[in-house]
Design a binder for this molecule. Sequence first.
Ligand SMILES: Cc1ncc(COP(=O)(O)O)c(C=O)c1O
Length: 398
Amino acid sequence: MKKKLDDLAIFGGVPAFREKLHVGRPNIGDRGRLLERINDLLDRRWLTNDGPFVQELERRISEVLAVKHCIAMSNGTVALEIAIRALGLTGEVIVPSFTFVATAHALQWQEITPVFCDVEPQTFNIDPNRVEELVTPRTTGITGVHLWGRPCDAEALTAVACSHNLKLLFDAAHVFGCSYKGRMIGNFGNAEVFSFHATKFLNTFEGGAVVTNDDELAEKMRLMKNFGFSGYDNVIYIGTNGKMSEVSAAMGLTNLESMDDFIAGNYRNYKQYQKDLADVPGIDVLVYDETEKCNFQYIILEVDEAVTGVSRDQLVAILMEENVLARRYFYPGCHRMEPYRSYFPHAGLLLAETERLSKRVMSLPTGSTVKFEDISRICEIIKFVVSNSSEVRKKLQQ
Ligand SMILES: Cc1ncc(COP(=O)(O)O)c(C=O)c1O
């Protein structure tokens, strides 16, 4: 318990946690099942190249999401790049800046200009009305990002895409297992891309997948992730190496079996944070729509400095010293990162909401390794800091 300012680690006190609590500590399913699967794949000596575990994982994911095709890949970024190329995107593609930089890089990597669009203040997702304003004769597509497990307004984006004859791709890195209007994410737009990075809800160590209901697109992406090979010695397409390995698929299958437990644990943590922070003025915990399926993978706080008296950055710095490795997700917005900052130095003028949110939001540790007492202690520190904010602020400035 922090009772006076000097108890805070940033002012010389003992950190509240001996071991660091990370954001995005991996969820790991049944270790025994994973090791059995690893033994199997070693016995088979089939380590990669569309092995049985990759095929099974693709099948299982298609079933869970009720989508026709799942193409497993080496990571979410390569999956985005392949989907973008297979969709034939060129020229300009409209994307939010308030996202992980891979969403923009996957376009720029292929010399497609990401045109940054602002987000909606309520959902933090790309604003379909603003998308419409950014369409030019060079626009070929839109990439929506379902940020932190909360779906984009897929209906409105579909309407904009249809009216301008644009392709619609979703970066669904954060939303495995979530639904929108009762339908699983994975079924919207031309295709949706998942990341199975270690920090994601479903992890395959590193990995990703594109899912789609479009047969032709699926076939194209299958070729592209395997150098364009169609059978031995026959390359019929430009391609790259985007294959998922068997050990990754073994991890994916194992974790998929524990999906309900992961959700239950995340939900418990979410409710606990909500309860413990309910009375803290100026701190809002991002709310999930509980009428939809949700993975509750992220605990996001919005800090209103005018009310709390401390800034988001000060709060993150204080928590870091306590060994709570809170993160400024997503900061500072892609448009403030290179090469975009140099290419579009004035982009921020059209991104008022992105600029505002990127100074206010932060992410806290959750997942199966975070205990009830950890959450109470983290929230107590936040409460202590906010209720002593003017002294904390003064001391930080000394
Ligand atoms: C929104 C978003 N898009 C894309 C990616 C890239 O995925 P990966 O790390 O699997 O390449 C990530 C996370 O890493 C992400 O958060």
